[in-house]
Design a protein. Structure first.
Lengths: 331, 331
């Protein structure tokens, strides 16, 4: 069974739950917008199901619900952002507010976010830049889940890469992918249900393929594209943690329980002014590329599905499952 | 049979061949350094075997061997680079010379190269930045070889991504991967030998898996990580061609024959000052990450193999196959 909620009602519900758990009103509103938008985009794994864990972490002090993120412009093109062990989304709001001006001035600029938390659906953050006419690339690290290629230790997170570009006369192009072949949430779901995993998803602690969800959780996820995905996950660690001063994946605590130190994860956002670089025809050229893709039967311009799902949800509301409603009410 | 040449002798041999084909002395020297370094790094597909095609293209005017690349600093953090339909390597030399100063000033800077040619082994270019203490990310597009996910038209190149980061007290970390599962050169090699392809490498013109090299050349390459590799290849098109004003993959002529207009490809390089962003301990932290990788049995820190191969070649020279020697002599 489900309950249908408008976007506004869902945001209110989440924000109130977060405030009950010990989160400031502005921070709770930011978290609520991000989780509800993720749910509306069809990314339930980063949506309302996260409220219970977020609330437990705020209660336990593993995340500081009252933290106020700060920025420092350490170079003309660099914002150093301290999320102060609060939720990531208030820090992303600051970045979305401040970074575009730097990018327009210097042509390319970046934000390095440290002492941060779960980055959620990166597509939603990079899309904000595209809505302002900027190209954005964002990477985030996550608690250890993948090994270096050939290894067994979970040194890297599933480490998403997201990218958005504005298109003349159309919704932006938005790419968002994690570097594991399959999201780790699917392994957790299989473990909860007690069903085996499909082959090729995960490795056990000795690096051998496994279909046992428990062995997979004790082991590592298979990277997307094998060695190539593992290499890109390493690149993300360097950018999102190495450059920001955040914890590396193997130093970060879990995002799913309320035990231990704050995760202290990092995110790195690059914003680029496409017209400054490519001239006034750039967004038209990008729209042409998207049209070539759309004209090839069987394909889809990345990002369209999520944008359309959010439009539909804005009109007809969200169908929230009863167990999710109950978990939020129980906070 | 092979001939053993010192690095210097190999560079002289290539530079002389390029000059005979109609390439300026400085441009020929740059091409020779790049192709010999690729060969020494074990990347024969981007090494001395390219001399014949490069020379034919210079003779035919498909590439302008005398072109002088130019740069314009269009924003504090942006170099717009016109390779002027010459070889890519003289343009990369300019970028390697000029971009670090911008990156140190603004914290992050980029070079957008248009009207360019074969980018060769990107690892060699990004490594130059790491040798100066900078982190570098580079992408290049290439003639159409991969489809958008689910499609059949070769809209994207195999589009490499490369990344380098300096490590305190160690060789840099260097990642370099193309976004097709397998290099297209391996399909060409199978076609020459008349042997079938392994399964999973390529699709025919209708998008169906094929092991026939001819059908594969008329079709598309399978992206690394399936839909994820295709999405990243699109990201590379946006950066390397969309932002630079270069041809998209589907507009670019072949790098292997001397027919038609110049390829007009593009490359995009981002250079980042890691210490400006992460503070003085950053390169030590990055070295620690590399040590964690190296400590996991069965793994390798990306880039080490190529750097060691080049060191060995500098000591003992290159073993060049007789057919390659003959092709260079025949220019």
């Amino acid at each position: 069974m489900t309950t249908r909620l408008s976007i506004e009602a869902a945001e209110r519900l989440v924000a109130e739950a977060m405030q009950r758990a010990g989160t400031g009103p502005a921070q709770a509103a930011s978290v609520a917008r991000a989780l509800v938008a993720a749910e509306a985009a069809g990314q339930g794994g980063h949506g309302l199901r996260r409220v219970a864990a977020y609330a437990a972490q705020a209660k336990a002090g593993k995340v500081d619900g009252f933290a106020a993120p700060t920025t420092e412009r350490v170079r003309p093109g660099v914002l150093a952002v301290d999320a102060a062990h609060g939720f990531a989304f208030p820090a992303f709001d600051l970045v979305a507010g401040q970074l575009p001006a730097l990018a327009c001035e210097t042509g390319i600029a970046c934000a390095a976010v440290r002492r941060s938390h779960h980055a959620g659906v990166l597509a939603l953050t990079v899309e904000r830049f595209a809505q302002e006419g900027l190209v954005a690339l964002m990477v985030a690290n996550a608690p250890g889940a993948m090994a270096a290629w050939g290894g067994t230790r979970p040194l890297f997170g599933t480490n998403p890469i997201a990218f958005a570009a504005p298109l003349e006369g159309a919704d932006p192009l938005v790419i968002d992918l994690s570097l594991s072949k399959i999201a780790r949430g699917k392994v957790m779901a299989a473990r909860q249900k007690g069903v085996p995993l499909p082959e090729g998803w995960a490795l056990d602690r000795d690096g051998n393929p496994t279909t046992d969800p428990d062995a997979a959780m004790a082991g590592t996820m298979v990277p997307a594209g094998d060695a190539k995905g593992a290499a890109l996950a390493l690149m993300v660690e360097v950018l999102a943690a190495g450059l920001t001063g955040a914890n590396f994946a193997y130093e970060a605590s879990s995002l799913f329980d309320d035990v231990g130190d704050p995760p202290g994860l990092g995110q790195f956002v690059v914003a680029i002014d496409p017209v400054a670089i490519g001239g006034p025809g750039t967004l038209r050229r990008l729209a042409g590329l998207a049209r070539e893709i759309a004209a090839d039967p069987g394909t889809r311009v990345p990002g369209r599905r999520g944008i359309e799902a959010r439009r539909l949800a804005a009109e007809t509301g969200l169908a929230v499952e009863d167990d999710v409603m109950a978990a939020i009410a129980a906070v």
